[in-house]
Design a protein around this ligand. Structure first.
Ligand code: MCA
Ligand code: AMP
Length: 508
């Protein structure tokens, strides 16, 4: 896979349709943005960024509600040669303080409702420029960019130059910034364009957040690199998605989106008659969801596997001639991706043997931002990245993920790191220790249950624990249940046996 030395924006721009006045994005409140709008607005914002006299490789941290203007800011960051750092809108001050301290962005863009506390944190950390951007086309970023020229020459970038940093927490609980280059992102987008059969006339329904890989790269780059129109949904609403399906061809979602669409009576063969492709990923797609979808719509969901550190790694085949799409598997390694399964001693395992999944390819990231040690630990001597996922390759070459060696809960597609939550619980008064375990949940796939041990003589109120966490952390991270116990089950090495806790509380 030859990776070109080109700015990712230049490659995306080259794929825009000749008719620049055609509609590129239609929002769910009826706004139409043309391809020319995307190019002009991103040029103006790029000129604004370049007028700020920022250092080479400056980070642009963005925590704003989903909007087309946020996409324009992403494209502006790329074309101006800076590094885009998207942050989950649910993050609160404790999280944002960490990200700003770790990434030291030159620019922070936040929603106006958060400007008070975000700007204080940013200025304290040395950021000199804080702008606001809201999802109603207002904010100081737009006011300032309005005075900039709409002519902009895309800054040259080599394949290895940084394009984005995406934070993904490790089992240690502290988030790590995955450094993704122009080449990582473009090579993956090009592979997926071919592999998933993107074609003239495709229309994407985009209902995912754009602060993670699935929505920001896999879905958005898919449409842009094909010059395809998008139906743009600020939030996932099953009924709205169904309304748009007859005029669309591609939909991508985490399993929870499919579970919720299946609860809609309006989901039937009629509704999906125009659709060509349903993609699922970010979390395990249950077999019942896979088969229910097939029976209800006649479509076979295409499941794929990726990571923030690697974007997409494997995919079930799109073309029948390459094989069937098999539920419970994540398909084959994508062209250019080498994938192997090893045991703990570093030995390659034969087919159907379960071990650690390791990958190599032009899509695999450079490393973690300012964490050379951690980065070294996660790569093997021969350059394979250790995903932390546990799986196998079957006799037909299909990869299946059977678990994770990293302590991680994926809830509605969002990653929740027990180590991070346990850290906050353990700081609460009266708490001796705690363990957060994932239990099955019909809607979110799995959710967290906090098991808390009070200090001798102290009493701990479960509701107080949850309320304390809610005040500090993103809402999706809050355990759905909290139980207080006298002690945690431990093995002979003193390690908490989370599997026992999962078994004990799975009915919760
Ligand atoms: C919302 N809530 C959740 C979640 N989302 N609780 C647990 N897990 C969640 N994921 C809670 C909120 O705290 C709130 O509780 C209540 O549910 C309703 O909040 P709301 O925001 O209205 O929820 P929602 O609109 O129903 O959101 C569910 C959702 C959303 C649409 C499934 O979670 C979502 O868009 N997930 C997609 C995440 C994603 O893009 N993942 C890709 C990662 P309360 O009222 O108590 O506050 S990229 C990746 O994983 C790799 C690289 C890959 O392969 O793609
Ligand atoms: P993130 O940390 O946000 O990059 O999420 C990446 C993790 O999501 C992977 O390491 C897997 O554990 C999980 N993941 C992504 N896609 C799938 C999938 N199709 N099935 C199961 N797990 C998945």
């Amino acid at each position: 896979m030859q990776v070109q030395d080109i700015n990712l924006y230049a490659a995306l721009r080259a794929a825009f349709p000749a008719k620049l006045d055609a509609v590129a994005i239609e929002t769910d409140n009826g706004l139409h943005y043309s391809w020319r709008d995307l190019d002009r607005a991103s040029a103006m914002m790029a000129n604004l960024l370049q007028s700020l006299d920022l250092p080479q490789g400056a980070r642009i941290a963005v925590q704003v509600e989903k909007s087309v203007e946020a996409v324009m800011l992403y494209l502006a960051t790329l074309r101006a040669g800076f590094v885009f750092l998207p942050l989950n809108t649910a993050y609160q001050s404790a999280e944002i303080e960490y990200f700003i301290g770790n990434a030291e962005p030159s620019v922070v863009v936040c929603s106006s409702k958060n400007f008070g506390w975000v700007s204080k944190l940013a200025f304290k950390a040395g950021t000199k420029n804080v702008f606001t951007l809201d999802d109603d086309r207002t904010g100081s970023l737009l006011d300032r960019a309005a005075h900039c020229s709409d002519q902009h020459k895309v800054v040259a970038r080599r394949a290895d130059d940084l394009a984005a940093i995406l934070y993904t927490s490790g089992t240690t609980g502290r988030s790590k910034g995955a450094m993704l280059s122009h080449g990582n992102l473009l090579s993956n987008a090009q592979v997926l364009k071919t592999y998933w059969g993107w074609r003239q006339g495709d229309v994407l329904i985009h209902a995912l957040p754009i602060f993670h890989v699935h929505g920001l790269f896999v879905a958005l780059h898919g449409a842009l690199l094909n010059g395809s129109k998008m139906f743009w949904m600020a939030k996932f609403e099953p009924k709205r998605v169904l309304e748009k399906m007859p005029q669309a061809t591609v939909f991508m979602g985490v399993p929870t989106l499919y579970v919720r669409l299946l609860t809609e009576p309006g989901l039937n063969r009629e509704a999906v008659r125009n659709m060509r492709l349903f993609v699922a990923g970010s979390a395990p797609l249950l077999i019942e969801t896979f088969t229910d979808w097939q029976q209800r719509t006649g479509h076979t969901i295409l499941e794929r596997y990726g990571m923030s550190e690697t974007t997409m790694l494997t995919s079930n085949p799109y073309e029948a001639k390459h094989g069937e799409r098999r539920g419970g598997t994540v398909g084959f390694p994508l062209p250019g991706v080498s994938l192997r399964v090893q045991d703990d001693s570093g030995k390659n395992l034969p087919v159907n043997e379960i071990g650690g999944i390791q990958v190599k390819g032009p899509n695999v990231f450079k490393g973690y931002w300012r964490m050379p040690e951690k980065t070294r630990e996660e790569f093997t001597a021969d350059g394979y990245f250790k995903t932390g996922d546990v799986g196998k390759i079957d006799e037909r070459g299909y990869v299946a993920i059977v678990g994770r060696s990293k302590d991680l809960i994926i809830s509605g597609g969002y990653n929740v790191y027990p180590a991070e939550i346990e850290g906050y619980i353990n700081e609460l008064p009266g708490v001796a220790e705690s363990a957060l375990v994932g239990v099955p949940h019909a809607d979110f796939g799995e959710v967290g249950v906090a098991v808390v041990v009070p200090k001798p003589g102290a009493t701990v109120q479960p509701d107080a624990v949850l309320a304390a966490l809610k005040a500090k952390l993103a809402n999706f991270k809050i355990p759905k249940r909290c139980v207080v116990v006298a002690e945690l089950p431990r093995n002979t090495m003193g390690k908490v046996q989370k599997n026992i806790l999962r078994e004990t509380y799975k009915s919760l």
